[in-house]
Design a protein around this ligand. Structure first.
Ligand SMILES: C=C(O[C@@H]1C=C(C(=O)O)C=C[C@H]1O)C(=O)O
Length: 387
């Protein structure tokens, strides 16, 4: 985090920012757009960002989003000005009325999970057989008036376990502004000098209002063989991908429980030291993305099946959002617990990792619970959204 944007103060931001990241790791708020990074696929991001930042000067920052499909074009901008403070708390707004459309509903999602389980079963034990796939669904919420992306961000940023983010996306058809807004609890990779961190999550349970039920849900998750297998695939893949680039790499605490306002997760905090400190945060993010937390194993096979099974295009959901500076430092988060915002519409996305032993109905309920952070921030009652 550049020194100029480390302060997590509470001063008001007058005009709407072009982008913002508000999290425990620091605050980055950018106003205006000075330039757009020439767009391209993940494989060329490191080189494009380095060339841009060499020209742009020592204080320049690039921030934005990588789409789920690594061969699709990313969208990163250089803010005109970095604000030294976080935006102030959300004013209370009049409630909005919503129309909701599931794509697919819980029953349709469970059917998709059954299809994936059938494929896994048929390929069990075969080399290259499908071992994990993350299937997602989407909820289109349309309000009776335009959504204020900044007010939404402020509400998303109230969960201390998540990084609230708001990044611009390429304009919608017809030219309307489009944003990706979310509260992601998952760190893809952070780099400062030679030090790197990653905090993959996989294996989930919905939080419960009753304290005893909540503790029971956490304890069942930590003992679940299915969730531990689902998690290990992600942590091992990240360790294997980073190892060749690291002098040291470890997960000192092993796999532990972490909680957001709406979900419990299994997480593994990974830390390491790069052999080459010039390897940038953007290059590392492009190398890791998409991890089996959002795609599957083997990666290419899972990605192809996701395209065939899911009824919607993921776009920038399950991609990565973050920033990098001229020194190559930066932080990239997995773009989950998020929605595409444009005008009066919010398209929410939620997915769940499927491995042999997954229960289709439970996985559908899990994706429903994962909408929770966005539903709460938009002011949509969870009951209203059930299906
Ligand atoms: C795919 C999502 O979340 C991911 C999948 C998880 C799981 O299957 O348990 C847990 C955390 C995330 O890595 C999502 O929230 O949309």
């Amino acid at each position: 985090m550049p020194a100029a944007v480390m302060t997590a103060g509470a001063a008001a931001v007058a005009a709407g920012p072009a982008l913002a990241f508000l999290g425990a790791g620091g605050t980055l708020v950018g106003h205006g757009v000075a330039a757009l990074l020439p767009r391209g696929p993940a494989a060329t991001l490191g080189a494009r960002a380095a060339a841009f930042l060499r020209e742009a000067g020592a204080n320049a920052v690039l921030a934005g989003a990588l789409p789920f499909a690594p061969d699709a074009d990313d969208f990163l901008v250089q803010p005109r000005r970095l604000a030294p403070a976080a935006p102030e708390a959300a004013p209370v707004a009049a409630p909005m009325r919503w129309r909701l459309r599931h794509q697919p509903d819980a029953a349709g999602y469970a059917a998709a999970v059954r299809k994936a389980l059938h494929i896994m079963d048929a390929e069990a034990g075969q080399p290259g057989g499908l071992a994990k796939i993350v299937l997602a669904r989407s909820l289109l919420a349309t309000a009776d008036r335009a959504i204020d992306p900044m007010a939404l961000l402020r509400r998303l940023a109230t969960d201390p376990a998540a990084t609230g983010f708001l990044v611009p996306l390429p304009a919608a058809e017809g030219g309307a502004a489009r944003w990706l807004a979310g509260a992601t609890p998952e760190l893809l990779v952070e780099k400062r000098g030679a030090r790197i961190r990653s905090h993959p999550l996989a294996g989930s349970a919905a939080r419960q209002a009753d304290a005893a039920a909540d503790a029971a849900a956490a304890s069942a998750l930590s003992r679940s063989d299915k969730d531990r297998r689902e998690h290990a695939i992600v942590a091992d893949c990240i360790l294997d991908t980073l190892a060749p680039f690291c002098r040291s790499l470890s997960a000192p605490q092993g796999t532990t429980l972490m909680r957001t306002h709406s979900m419990w997760h299994l997480g593994t905090a990974i830390e390491g030291e790069l052999k080459d400190p010039d390897l940038s945060a953007a290059a590392l993010a492009a190398l890791l993305h998409p991890t089996p937390a959002v795609c599957g194993l083997p990666r290419a096979r899972a990605a192809r099946l996701i395209g065939e099974i899911e009824p919607m295009d993921r776009g920038f959901y399950a991609g990565a959002v973050g920033w990098c500076d001229a020194a190559g430092d930066g932080a990239w988060h997995v773009a989950i617990r998020c929605a595409e915002i444009s005008g009066a519409s919010a398209r929410l996305y939620a997915g769940a990792g499927i491995v042999p032993g997954s229960d289709p109905v439970a996985e559908a309920a899990e994706t429903g619970a994962k909408y929770g952070a966005l539903l709460a921030a938009l002011g949509i009652a969870l009951d209203e959204s059930r299906a």
